[in-house]
Ligand binder design. Structure first.
Ligand SMILES: *Cc1c(COP(=O)(O)O)cnc(C)c1O
Length: 494
């Protein structure tokens, strides 16, 4: 299986695509075709556990990895690292509604599913394709990616990791998770700006010939752990395939029976992985794309106009406070049947004018598969409250956005097809916003009293990795202007 770019054609192996992270022209790597899962393979998958399913799905895409290598990667990623036997279990809300719990990993958010695996994929890819280089992972984070990447890459030999986060754009707990990170290959830096500033800064540095040259002199090469790296996307396909297999196994679905997938969406990576699962043969009916008040994707799905010239809102679901959804570029590429020049034109227009519009036939294709909706913080809070009082289940503020949007979808369309909702973070990670939904007593601050109270009120355990966070030393205190990101990197690599 070869990988090409979204903006110009390439023919890279999976290892090359993963080691490089992003194409030289700024485009993203995509597989040349989608490997089908046969009916026999699906039968086999149903009888497997998550780790075995992971190896099979990965083997379809990472064809230059041996079976032994994939088994070693999966073992390293998913054995002993999650606080649950199954890394991605389904939780039944009612017979037509399931939460796909993706937050049992070390940082309590779904990004662990990919970022526990990526270091194993990346170090093997790099060894094959650039044997004498040291890799520098640059990450721009809206909160969860940064910590998950740090946790995955800390003290991995041959890799340096540098994380940028928006100074005021992450929760207090997310910030502490990152600023207390240990490891002799890590650097963490706040920037004065929002997530899009951080992401744009990182993207520009990636494709800046001067920076690339300076690093090359020292034997370093950039790569990415952001969801623009195909090595981030491919692990996410696994849990949608696995969820379908679980539903077949429990008899909730019959083979080939369609279901809906709802995803609280920011950068469009998680929902795109569900699209890839569908292209492999998993019978998805609709993708329900759920946004918070930064509803640029809702507007795009409804109108075909992607316009980032708008007010940016800070919400209680900060990991979705995004106006440039990077992975949408891959979706556009697939929608226009691989027309690189067309994608490049839209992306240029986005860079130049902050917007683009897709033609009616592309919009029709998009709407055929996607439904976009959004809710504000109050609606999300109400969704948490209702889930808790009606079903005695707790969800976080991001998941709540999907819960609310699914309710809107069902009301508006009358479609009550079985629906899986991606549950993307532990409620404890966003406790100050979750607590008021389930408790009338006012507990102020971002403090750990809030976490304790949430546990007391709901009778659910505090994840071990969050419980002692306030006792760890803050090691990373630098905050720079967005123009100073390159200087910070050069300094960190001294
Ligand atoms: C990153 C994140 C999202 C958004 O996922 P995308 O792949 O960027 O669409 C949603 N919820 C949580 C908790 C996240 O960390």
């Amino acid at each position: 299986m070869n990988y090409t770019g979204t903006r110009s054609p390439y023919a890279f192996s999976a290892s090359e695509a993963i080691a490089r992270g992003i194409a030289d022209d700024g485009g993203l790597f995509v597989p040349e075709s989608f490997p089908p899962l046969t009916a026999e393979e699906i039968q086999k998958l149903v009888g497997m556990d998550y780790r075995q399913r992971a190896v099979l799905v990965l083997s379809k895409y990472l064809t230059d990895f041996t079976q032994e290598e994939l088994e070693a990667c999966v073992k390293g990623a998913y054995c002993g690292t999650f606080d649950n036997d199954e890394p991605a279990p389904l939780r039944e809300v009612d017979s037509k509604t399931f939460l796909l719990d993706l937050w049992h990993g070390p940082t309590c958010a779904f990004k662990d599913l990919a970022l526990q695996l990526l270091p194993h994929l990346l170090t093997r890819s790099a060894k094959r394709t650039m044997p004498d280089k040291e890799i520098v992972i640059l990450v721009a984070t809206s909160g969860d990616t940064g910590k998950a990447a740090l946790e995955g890459f800390a003290d991995v030999p041959g890799v340096r990791i540098i994380v940028f986060y928006p100074e005021n754009g992450v929760s207090a707990i997310q910030k502490l998770q990152m600023t207390t990170q240990t490891g002799n290959n890590v650097a963490v830096c706040a920037i004065k700006g929002n997530f899009d500033d951080a992401q744009t800064g990182v993207k520009n540095i990636f494709s800046d010939p001067e920076m690339i040259g300076k690093l090359a002199e020292k034997g370093y090469v950039f790569s990415s752990a952001n969801s623009i790296n195909f090595g981030r996307l491919v692990p996410q396909i696994i849990y949608y395939v696995s969820a379908y297999c679980d539903l077949l196994k429990s008899g909730k679905l019959k083979e080939g029976e369609k279901f809906n997938v709802a995803v609280p969406t920011g950068n469009f990576g998680n929902i795109l992985a569900a699209v890839y699962a569908k292209r492999m043969g998993i019978p998805v009916n609709k993708f329900i794309c759920a946004s918070n008040k930064n509803k640029i994707l809702t507007d795009f799905i409804r109108t075909g106009v992607y316009d980032r010239n708008r007010e940016f809102h800070l919400t209680t679901s900060p990991s979705m406070d995004i106006l440039i959804s990077s992975n949408l570029e891959r979706m556009l590429y697939h929608l226009c049947d691989g027309s690189c020049s067309q994608v490049a034109e839209w992306m240029n227009s986005l860079k130049r004018d902050g917007k683009y519009q897709v033609p009616a036939e592309i919009l029709a294709k998009l709407q055929n598969e996607f439904w976009g909706g959004y809710c504000d913080d109050v609606q999300a809070e109400n969704a948490i409250r209702e889930l808790f009082t009606k079903h005695n289940m707790l969800c976080d503020t991001h998941t709540a956005v999907a819960v609310d949007v699914v309710a809107q979808y069902r009301k508006e369309t009358g479609d009550d097809t079985l629906c899986i909702m991606a549950s993307t973070a532990s409620a404890y990670k966003f406790a100050p916003a979750v607590l008021p939904a389930v408790c009338d007593e006012k507990i102020s601050g971002d403090g750990f009293e809030v976490i304790s109270k949430l546990s007391e009120v709901t009778g659910t355990p505090i994840p071990a990795s969050l419980a002692d966070l306030n006792k760890r030393e803050v090691l990373h205190k630098t905050c720079v202007a967005k123009e100073e990101m390159a200087a910070f990197i050069l300094n960190a690599l001294k």
